[in-house]
Design a protein around this ligand. Structure first.
Ligand SMILES: [Mn+2]
Length: 201
């Protein structure tokens, strides 16, 4: 199975290189290709929109692609992606029992239905507004709720999208031994990077 981890790193984003190094270690360990793009395909639209454009360009060349944000870290270096693959897409539920799921760490299988879904997201009339507003999850979640959408493997949040941040100085996290990826959602503040490095490298 041919798997790529796809990242977009643009602008000044604190913690991004930590994210890339962590993904590189993970890919090396499991034989996946790490693809780090440092350019926008279309400069006039947001990085969130460009992540989806890069996905559209890369997915046809692989059996599966993990779209990984530059504000994530691999906490489960030993855990491979293959057991999580579905015939569609794999992502973490926003909360327990919810159908919607969060973006930032999403595994896409190369199937006709998934390629069609990505095309539909990019051509949704209001997709640009959502993507410009950094809410790429909205058009995906809406289209996945429709009949004929590709299947979704909905994981509990702590698996693929565990949190790790310090809202008021104290550590807020749901990382467990099952956690593969941690998503700190934004630039790192203060000791965030140090804490992450100590725990996960
Ligand atoms: Mn993110």
């Amino acid at each position: 199975m041919n798997i790529a981890v796809l990242m977009l790193v643009v602008g000044e984003f604190e913690g991004a290189e930590l994210s890339v190094a962590s993904a590189q270690a993970y890919c090396t360990r499991h034989g996946y290709d790490l693809i780090v793009n440092r350019e926008l395909i279309r400069e006039e639209v947001s990085p969130n929109w460009n992540k989806i454009l890069w996905l559209k360009a890369v997915l046809p060349q692989y059996d599966a692609v993990l779209l990984l944000d530059a504000d994530t870290m691999c906490a489960g270096q030993d855990i491979p992606l293959e057991p999580f693959l579905s015939d569609g897409i794999t992502a973490s539920r926003i909360s327990e029992g919810a159908d919607k799921f969060c973006y930032g760490v999403v595994l896409f299988r190369n199937t006709a239905a998934v390629i069609e879904l990505i095309d539909n997201v990019l051509t949704e009339p209001d997709a640009f507004l959502y993507l410009a507003g950094r809410q790429e999850s909205e058009p995906f979640n809406r289209l996945l709720a429709k009949e004929g959408a590709p299947p979704v493997n909905r994981l509990p949040r702590h698996i693929f999208n565990a949190m790790y941040f310090r809202p008021f100085g104290y550590l807020k996290t749901n990382v467990t031994p099952e956690t593969v990826f941690v998503h700190w959602a934004g630039g790192l503040k203060k000791d965030g990077a140090g804490g992450l490095m100590k725990e996960f490298s």
